[in-house]
Design a protein around this ligand. Sequence first.
Ligand SMILES: [Zn+2]
Ligand SMILES: [Zn+2]
Length: 215
Amino acid sequence: MDLCQLCTQHDAMGGYLCPGCTKDTVARLDCLPSLYEGLLSFLAPSMAVSQGRAGKGGPAPLPVRAEILDLRGPGGMVGVVEDWLSAVRLERGMRQPTPAGSVEGRLKAAVAGLIVNMPWIAVSWPQAGTFAEEIRALTRSASSIVSPAVDEVRGTRVGTCPAQFDDGGVCGAVLRLLPGEQVVTCSWCGTSYPPATWVELKVLIDKDTRARNAA
Ligand SMILES: [Zn+2]
Ligand SMILES: [Zn+2]
């Protein structure tokens, strides 16, 4: 065995996953709890943090998206991650953990358990490739909802900054989500928009765009 099971490149280490794919898999696992949290604001847009500018009545609630419910449900992210941890522990003859507490807490615990076992998974577990592929797919489906398609070089153009200055003027600089970033920050006025505010942000941007087109 000298081909990595994930990228199928030659792996001088002779394990099941090359060092690069091992590192990427750890990074993907590490992202899962914040992706899980990020999905919440897309599940219930009407609960998104108000910036105080949405005006009369705020945005109309959007219909609940089934794929988000699936990802956040018991068989979703947490189920996949717990199943893999349990397979690892079984294979290694370790005691099976009993998942307890909130889904969020269980997800964090299972992610931590898998990360601890990563060196063994990469070198000694024939299922490493299937595992790494499934974690990659999980991260992709969650992040395709949380962040729009990413322009790898320039970042994703989100719209124009809706921050309002004290004199009533609107910033209007182009906002981009840079590759690898979790927060949109305006390079002109410095206002930052964490994922929890993105739904609200989109509403403000659409409103500004309509106002500009009408003018
Ligand atoms: Zn690889
Ligand atoms: Zn700005």
